[in-house]
Ligand binder design. Structure first.
Ligand code: HEC
Length: 143
């Protein structure tokens, strides 16, 4: 049951980038697109009970997040907080995958996914980063 929660949570998240790309054509940031790809690897691993895949996806996400944080996509205390929460959740996924604990890894993945959505909401609220200009005023934070 829990493993399906993650896919349910990922769906609205995936809708954000595609919706924004429809409104304004621009090249997606490769680092950000990689987040999406590795989230899928992670989800695939969870649903197949493949711990090596879970671990690989989470390790890549951790690496990407650290790179993005270093680059300071957004320079706000909120961004730092979400980035840290995200990294802690990714580390928990890795730890639980190492312990072959599928429920623990799934829960940590849900935690991580919530942080994806929260940080994107924060990004829109701040009106900063490249996410903001592509979204109309009406569909910013309320979803
Ligand atoms: C700590 C904050 C934060 C977290 C956590 C986060 N993101 Fe992002 N994300 C951003 C910011 C800021 C941007 C816009 C950056 C830019 O355009 O340079 C972005 C952009 C993106 C984009 C590109 C959108 C576009 O239209 O170009 C995708 C896709 C994306 N994120 C997916 C994810 C996924 C999937 C997760 C979770 C696994 C995630 N993000 C977690 C901050 C975050």
């Amino acid at each position: 049951m829990r493993r399906f929660l993650c896919s349910v949570l990922l769906l609205p998240l995936l809708a954000v980038p595609s919706a924004s790309q429809d409104k304004k054509k621009r090249e997606p940031d490769p680092l950000m697109a990689a987040k999406l790809k590795e989230s899928q690897t992670l989800l695939e691993g969870l649903t197949l009970n493949d711990f090596a895949k879970v671990r690989k996806g989470a390790e890549e996400l951790l690496r990407i997040s650290k790179q993005a944080q270093f680059r300071k996509a957004l320079n706000t205390p909120g961004y730092e907080l979400y980035a840290n929460n995200f990294q802690r959740a990714a580390e928990t996924v890795i730890e639980k995958a190492g312990a072959k604990n599928i429920d623990g890894a799934t829960l940590a993945c849900v935690d991580m996914t919530i942080t994806c959505v929260r940080c994107h909401q924060h990004t829109r609220e701040e009106g900063l980063g490249k996410l903001a200009p592509t979204l109309g005023a009406g569909d910013g934070t309320g979803r």
